[in-house]
Design a protein around this ligand. Sequence first.
Ligand SMILES: NC(=O)c1ccc[n+]([C@@H]2O[C@H](COP(=O)([O-])OP(=O)(O)OC[C@H]3O[C@@H](n4cnc5c(N)ncnc54)[C@H](OP(=O)(O)O)[C@@H]3O)[C@@H](O)[C@H]2O)c1
Length: 399
Amino acid sequence: MTGPVEDERAVAADVPFATRAFEVIWPEAPLPPAPRWPPGSWLLLTDEHPAALGRAVALALALAETGDEALSLPQDDFGELPGFLAGRPVRGVVFLTGAPHAYHDPEDARELLRTVSSVVARLDRGVRFHLVTQARDEPGLVFLRGLIRVLACERPDLRASIVDFDARSDVDTLARELRADAPEDEVRWRHDVRYAARLTRVAPAAEVPAGPGAYVVTGGFGSLGLATARWLADHGATRIVLSGRRGGVADLPGVDVVVVAGDLAEPGVADRLIAEATAGGLALRGIVHAAGVFTEDAEAVWRARVLGTRRLHEATSESQPVWWLLCSPATALFGSPGRVAGATADAWLDAFAAWRRSRGLPAAITRVGAGQVSPAVWRPYFSAVLEEFVHHGEEPGSP
Ligand SMILES: NC(=O)c1ccc[n+]([C@@H]2O[C@H](COP(=O)([O-])OP(=O)(O)OC[C@H]3O[C@@H](n4cnc5c(N)ncnc54)[C@H](OP(=O)(O)O)[C@@H]3O)[C@@H](O)[C@H]2O)c1
């Protein structure tokens, strides 16, 4: 991830890339002792999955053992939240999600996002909000961290957190986590050890193999995509397939340029990209997924980013590239007020890249700061990213 780039000095050759790149790591973060509170109340909300309902019941019993009371509200009554909370001194609102497989389809993940967002919108100041998952690395749940990062900017009063548990963790651990009221907002429990997300500088990683072969660049006529295509052409690409909904024209001397017009989220478009790239038996070396839209229209954002990524994943099941770079803005990492659609879509991408790597498939993500990068700056900047980036998101130090 690179930080904001404001002008040419920021990409001058003598500015080491490593000083501008960040990643998330997960050091151990032991739970602090719980504050000495008198018994209090918690509001437990869930999605409609039986696993979440069952865990909420068990959590209520665990909280009761510590003297606390657990209240609940069915999903149909979420509209009543403000009235329900008024006059009740609730210590925290906890939203528990069900089994990860329920959210593998991005449409289901977005529906969950709508539900959680509707809860958050109804919360008053002063109530802490906790999201509780057992995500097992499922992007359809992990992506909710994008919401938490935006809430850190938009609603700091909620002190929103996301806590992810593995299958070993019992509800007593969850009750201790809630009662500790710890400051961390992204927590993972793995094998009974607690980890918390931290931003740290990232060391430069492996070089990207460019050179002869075929490449696919989605969003190929956008500023990022075109800069990438030029960089690949300069580094000896044989064929570059450029795509966008409207298509376009690109002059890349010495390169076999193929243009595929179409919405990447539509069935068949990603397959055409891969078929064109590998026509005649040419090896597919790299994919750069730079299709995206700058808007808060969640439908458009998720189509280009999330559905587009899924289509590319499916289209490459038989012919994996050597590398696959997902381009994403910094919002998923740092949060950004008013950018829930972008931040959650890009958090999904991040989680999906990790999910692919955990299955031995190539995927790397670069999260680029600032939308104001001028064309004069962008190309050398992106070259630096491509040459030095390809760091694998948050693997190092991950539990
Ligand atoms: N440029 C920056 O400074 C910057 C900084 C940080 C992050 N980023 C991220 O990098 C990505 C690309 O940025 P950019 O500046 O190159 O954006 P851009 O100039 O707006 O280009 C985006 C490209 O994506 C294509 N596209 C959008 N939706 C699509 C879909 N559903 N299917 C296929 N193609 C689609 C667009 O072409 P059509 O409209 O013809 O489909 C366009 O060519 C974005 O996700 C952005 O958030 C950019």
